[in-house]
Unconditional design. Structure first.
Length: 347
């Protein structure tokens, strides 16, 4: 074989190899793209989710009462705020396009805790939304979002983040809880600056953590204070800047619509270290505790769906599902909504 023929043969072999490798690469890219598209479609058997207008005003969705929540179904609308009629929770969902890690609403005001993805690390912010989910003001937060609430009037919004750690189950974590008045944007950046009254006496300690605000009105609220290895339900006074202990072993309180009871997580004996809670209800007048029929560990701030029923999240196939249980200890837990978390009711 002449040198010229050998050279042409080598070039032909090289071209064939390049074409083959290119075909493999293109096929891999197309396969990956197809797999990605599959992930963006709703999982078979999962809820139907479509884009549409979402309002935080009752009655604007054509239903007497509406649920709004963070949609957890896989697809292009995962993590977006979505709505369903409260009396048809398994129906098609309307997704807003607004993504939140935690969310709550009241009085036409929304509080949305968002992640801002960075090349090296994520940052987070608390976004106050109007009744059509338009951003009014945002505040940088110091850690991972975990709880949010709005007062019934919509004038106050609260949020809690983990400054260190990412779970309430252990003791190696630190939180920061803030409250903002949306009428004048007066921000109480850290409730640890408030005066604590414990057992009727002023109390100070370097290990105080505060989380899980629930509002009674535009001044009074409840929250959890942890110190000395114990947790306490406290009643907060925004104007006086005080937190007064009421009852021990209360976490993530949620005030009933009539203001007489608190739903909360309670640590129970002999429970696993990483799943230590059961869902209870506390009568504020008598301080009587009632265990609900839910026997699983609840790591959530429950929502009162009405005056007699609690709504809360548990792990599910899509990340989280919403369950209900009667508040008086009767009945049984029932799954209400799959692939959802951080619910609130309109109307």
């Amino acid at each position: 074989m002449t040198t010229s023929l050998q050279n042409r043969t080598r070039v032909l072999i090289l071209l064939v190899a390049v074409l083959l490798l290119g075909g493999v690469g293109t096929g891999a890219v197309l396969y990956a793209a197809d797999r990605s598209a599959d992930r963006d479609r709703a999982q078979p058997g999962g809820p139907v989710v479509t884009r549409g207008p979402v309002s935080l005003r009752p009655g604007e969705h054509g239903a007497a009462r509406t649920m709004v929540f963070r949609n957890m179904a896989w697809g292009p609308h995962r993590d977006e705020l979505a709505t369903v009629p409260a009396d048809h929770p398994d129906g098609p969902r309307t997704a807003s396009g607004v993504q939140c890690l935690r969310f709550y609403t009241g009085g036409g005001t929304g509080i949305c805790l968002q992640a801002e993805r960075g090349a090296l690390q994520d940052t987070y912010r608390a976004v106050v939304l109007d009744d059509h989910l338009k951003e009014l003001r945002s505040f940088p937060v110091a850690g991972i979002p975990t709880r949010s609430r709005v007062s019934p009037s919509g004038h106050l919004a609260a949020w809690t983040v983990f400054v260190s750690g990412d779970s309430y189950a252990g003791t190696d974590f630190s939180t920061r809880t803030s409250i903002v008045d949306v009428r004048d944007w007066n921000l109480r950046d850290n409730l640890e600056d408030f005066d604590v009254v414990k057992d009727g006496k002023p109390y100070r300690a370097p290990d105080i953590n505060i989380w899980g605000v629930t509002f009674a009105d535009d001044n009074a609220f409840y929250a959890t204070v942890a110190t000395g290895g114990q947790t306490y339900l406290v009643r907060g006074d925004l104007a006086a800047r005080t937190l007064t202990t009421l009852h021990q072993n209360v976490e993530c309180p949620s005030l009933s619509p009539d203001g007489t009871r608190i739903a909360y997580k309670k640590r129970v004996p002999d429970a696993p270290v990483d799943a230590p809670w059961r869902l209870y209800v506390l009568d504020l007048a008598t301080m009587t505790e009632t265990a609900t029929a839910e026997q699983r560990s609840i790591d959530d701030q429950a929502v009162w769906s009405d005056g007699s029923t609690l709504l809360y999240a548990l792990p599910g196939d899509f990340g989280a599902d919403l369950w209900t249980v009667p508040a008086d200890g009767s009945g049984a837990a029932v799954r209400l909504l799959e692939a959802a978390v951080a619910p609130a009711y309109l109307g």
